[in-house]
Design a protein around this ligand. Structure first.
Ligand code: ANZ
Length: 920
């Protein structure tokens, strides 16, 4: 009986599916463990071998925890709204729901092939109305909340309203007032619109004017990555910034909690650091400068108030609202021209390493609040409107951008640091003493920062200020394939739909093209937009991250139609214990889901405020691309080694057309019409391709479909091989040829049970040596699985099977224990061998074995004896034998003497417990 992975895997797939073996329910008698994968976007191209890496790792861990006695939640679903399906719809007219369903079916079959232990009864799809009903519902909870900075939590907006009605703003702290001051009773005199406008400044999801990338020629708003150097990626048309009313999430209110919460998380330092940088907390001061001949003042944000005596000019963002007022008549034309130029610049370009420094003088002057010095006011793109106050005091001695600007426009560079030469570059360090700085002279910088703030506060020209780099999160997309907003407008004022009206389903459209005036396709549906008398619907849809910001909660209770998930379910399944996914979501999904969790926690819907306790980021599996070299101007292709003799252009070819590096010439000719009559310059009768490791991608023709690998080798081999490729978190190239070794290993395992035709196991007392290798393996597999070092687990299995084979072990107890620990990694072969070897009870219920220390210290150890570095003989020694006796025994050994051929050794090197090397 041969090992036949295909039939075994089909069988167990069916058995486990039919018996719903991986169904999970709340079970209070067991500890729970929640293992989650970042759910995929079901793209049209399906999975390649890079995608399942993380899924296999989480699957192993889920099965491992189950065998350890945990009640494990391990669900899967689909992040099913998104742009590619919509773009495909624009091109082909197919409804995104249709293509999404087809793609999901394909993903599902690919996933099933690999044999995952998902509880498919809990599957969710974010584009399913029964799911997005709750996305819309949560949006409304966010909309109906405000952040109380005194209590440090979100509260229902109704409580704020009550305060406004009863006591105006008088019981609110300055931070909580958000600029509003009105006495009791005034509120009731406000018009409804005025009330709503005021509340909008408090709501955690709110409407505001914001810039979008607008492409007139395409009549559409574009995402940042669809704009390249100010032109649309599609068509190369000009793209400008257009102000539109958009929804935002007030994530900045949570900045501090998002920062603090990181401390308790078991995530990599790199991921935490990315979030910290994104949040970007800066402690500094806001300083007020008055303007010469003007009533207005300009606030600047600075982290270095100590340098104020070195401020030789001021720079405003070109969008600064005061510019229209303060710019002098002479400078007006130049300022407007510069503003137009900046309109076309993306933020990335504006922040890029300064190559060409641009800016322009406004003609106006400000006064330094501490010494009354007149300083000229300039504008430049390097000051961003959306950060701080959109204005800076420029200190060329302390800031390199200011320094370069001063050099370019011949502005003074006052020296303010003791013993520091600032003729070549600015000095940004925060150590040393100040000079030319009045009362700060001779003071160390950190102390001077404090003294400067105290002074500014005393003369009412400044205050301490904490600034976050993070901005509120844009939450509107002018697209079709997303969640409709449960919002209507009456006279331009938004009102939420009633919860009873949810879900607001996405209507069917004829065309997926945008409306042409900046709104999305929904705006073209007059009937739908105006369905409610006297009101208009919102035509934008929610962004891709809406549905993924809370999906982990829905898995706890996926079919609940009364609420997004019952408290009982979220209390039991609680936080995700282990979350596995790529690093690309560091500051998107992982930040937004933390925000949504915190809001739901504040509002009392769930009892934890961090969604993902432990996060592991799998590395990327890279592809091994193949190239052919076309001789320029011809249809002739030259083999790799000869290519430098010609002028050539490298072209990607599909890896499937190659065997190793050799190109299958006929397959290549048949691949594309343009290559039908290709000719070749060969080396030694072959066409050898070039190769390069790159990201695995359909576009680079280097993808490998897991279905093909599974079909050839079986899922168990595929799973083991993916883990064997290297440490989980590292990037590593795929190499299909390497899989043979793993395949041989499973065949060898099979032969331990079925040496020839039938199964042959003994029930006697196991040999000591077999117990030793078994227990050593149990220990290593347990410990390495705990720390997710799966590649070393696989090699331990190989060592174990090799050793058991060498000793012809056929002991049932030993081999069945081995099956239990192999199960998470190679479930099908393990279940099959368990069954045919008469394993007791359900294989999946088998308990993870514990190792017994008494077997870990072997009485006898096997030591290789090398002659001139080459291992020739294996000798057994009692474990504690010292070096001298090992040497004596070895030299006296008959086999060793044969290899010595009568020569006297020059040297004998003994590493006790490891090896003996005899040098002749
Ligand atoms: C004076 C100064 C002197 C500054 C000095 C730095 C060094 P972070 O740490 O990133 O918060 N800045 C403030 N608002 C800005 C804006 N909207 N666009 C561009 N730059 C802005 O940096 C804060 C510093 O960045 C502020 O402190 C300000 O320059 C600049 F020796 O003020 B500083």
């Amino acid at each position: 009986m041969e090992y036949n992975p295909q039939s075994i895997e089909k069988k167990w797939n069916r058995i486990w599916r039919d018996s719903k073996a991986f169904r999970t329910d709340i079970d209070l008698s067991k500890p729970k463990y929640y293992v989650l994968d970042m759910f995929p976007y079901p793209s049209g191209t399906g999975l390649h071998v890079g995608h399942p890496l993380g899924y296999i790792a989480s699957d192993i861990f889920a099965r491992y925890k189950r065998a350890q006695g945990f009640n494990v939640l391990h669900p899967m679903g689909f992040d099913a709204f998104g742009l590619p399906a919509e773009q495909y719809a624009i091109e082909t007219g197919q409804h995104p729901a249709t293509t999404t369903a087809t793609n999901i079916a394909k993903f599902r079959s690919q996933l099933d092939n690999i044999g995952f232990c998902y509880d498919w009864d809990r599957e969710i799809r974010t584009s399913d109305p029964a799911y997005y009903k709750w996305t819309q519902w949560i949006f409304l909870q966010i909309y109906n909340s405000w952040y109380d900075h005194d209590l440090g939590k979100a509260r229902p907006i109704s409580e704020l309203l009550e305060m406004f009605e009863n006591s105006g703003t008088q019981n609110l702290s300055e931070q909580n007032r958000r600029g509003y001051i009105f006495p009791p009773l005034t509120w009731s005199e406000y018009l409804v619109e005025e009330k709503e406008k005021c509340l909008m400044d408090f709501r955690l999801s709110y409407l505001a004017e914001a810039e979008v990338n607008w492409c007139e020629a395409l009549g559409t708003v574009l995402a940042n990555d669809e704009v390249i150097n100010g032109l649309s990626e599609r068509g190369g048309h000009p793209v400008i910034k257009k102000r539109m009313r958009q929804w935002f999430l007030r994530i900045t209110d949570y900045a501090d909690r998002l920062l603090e919460g990181l401390q308790q998380l078991d995530w990599s330092d790199a991921m935490k650091e990315m979030q910290r940088n994104w949040i970007g907390k800066s402690v500094g001061a806001e300083v007020k400068f008055s303007i010469v001949d003007s009533e207005d003042t300009i606030d600047v944000f600075t982290t270095r108030p100590d340098t104020i005596f070195g401020a030789s000019f001021m720079v405003l963002a070109p969008e600064h609202e005061l510019l229209a007022k303060i710019t002098t008549a002479e400078q007006k034309a130049e300022v407007e021209k510069y503003q137009e130029f900046v309109q076309t610049r993306s933020e990335r370009e504006r922040l890029a390493e300064v190559k060409s420094i641009t800016g322009c003088f406004t003609g106006a002057y400000a006064l330094n609040p501490l010494n009354g010095a007149r300083i000229p006011i300039w504008i430049s793109e390097y000051v961003l409107a959306g950060y701080g106050t959109g204005a800076i005091m420029a200190v060329p001695a302390g800031d390199q951008r200011d320094f370069l600007f001063a050099r370019k426009f011949n502005l003074p560079v006052p020296a303010i640091f003791e013993g520091v030469d600032v003729s070549e570059e600015a000095y940004a360090a925060k150590s040393g003493k100040l000079i030319n700085s009045d009362f700060l002279n001779g003071v160390e910088i950190p102390k001077a920062i404090e003294m400067a703030v105290d002074k500014l506060v005393a003369i009412e020209a400044g205050k301490k200020k904490i600034q976050f780099r993070m901005r509120d999160a844009g939450f509107s997309r002018q697209r079709y394939w997303g969640e409709p907003f449960p919002i209507i407008y009456k006279n331009g004022t938004p009102y939420p739909l009633s919860e009873n009206d949810l879900p607001l389903e996405l209507p069917v459209v004829d065309s997926y093209n945008p409306s042409g005036d900046g709104e999305g396709p929904l705006a073209t549906l007059d009937n739908w937009m105006n369905e409610i008398a006297g009101a208009k619907r919102e035509s934008s849809t929610m962004p891709g991250y809406a549905g993924s910001s809370w999906y982990f909660l829905r898995y706890a209770d996926p079919n609940n139609s009364e609420t997004f998930a019952s408290k009982q379910a979220t209390d039991y399944w609680n936080q995700v214990d282990l979350y596995i996914g790529g690093t690309e979501h560091a500051v998107g999904h992982l930040l937004y889901s933390r925000l949504w969790t915190k809001i739901l926690y504040d509002l009392g819907y769930i009892s934890f405020q961090e969604p993902f306790k432990k996060l592991v980021n799998q590395g990327m599996i890279t592809g091994n691309s193949r190239f052919v070299y076309r001789v320029n101007g011809t249809n002739e292709f030259v083999s790799f080694a000869l290519k430098d003799k010609y002028e050539t252009t490298p072209i990607h070819v599909d890896v499937a057309l190659c065997e190793g590096l050799e190109l299958d010439i006929n397959a290549f000719k048949a691949w594309r019409a343009e290559y039908h009559d290709a000719t070749f310059i060969l080396e030694e009768g072959k066409y050898v391709c070039g190769s390069q490791v790159e990201k695995m991608s359909k576009r680079l023709f280097n993808t490998v479909n897991p279905d093909d690998v599974v079909q050839k080798y079986g899922a168990d081999t595929f799973r083991l091989y993916e883990m064997f490729l290297g440490p989980l978190e590292q990037s590593k190239p795929w190499d299909t040829q390497g899989i043979e070794g793993v395949s041989r290993f499973l065949k060898k395992l099979w032969r331990l049970f079925v040496p020839q035709v039938t199964i042959d196991l003994s029930d006697g007392e196991p040999e000591l040596a077999a117990m030793q290798i078994l227990h050593k393996t149990i220990r290593k597999v347990t410990e390495d699985t705990e720390r997710m070092s799966f590649n070393t687990v696989v090699s331990q299995f190989m060592i174990c099977v090799n050793e058991l084979s060498a000793m012809k072990c056929n002991n049932r107890q030993v081999l069945q224990d081995l099956l239990v620990i192999l199960g998470p990694f190679a479930p099908n072969i393990s279940a099959e061998l368990w069954e045919i070897s008469g394993g007791k009870g359900d294989y999946l219920a088998a308990k993870w074995p514990a190792w017994d220390e008494k077997y870990l210290f072997s009485a006898e150890i096997s030591i290789p004896v090398a002659i001139n570095g080459k291992t020739r003989v294996q000798l057994s020694f009692p474990a504690q034998t010292d070096a001298k006796s090992m040497e004596t025994t070895a030299l006296a050994n008959e086999q060793v003497q044969k290899w010595l051929e009568g020569n006297t050794p020059k040297k004998v090197i003994v590493v006790p417990g490891r090896m003996i090397n005899i040098v002749l």
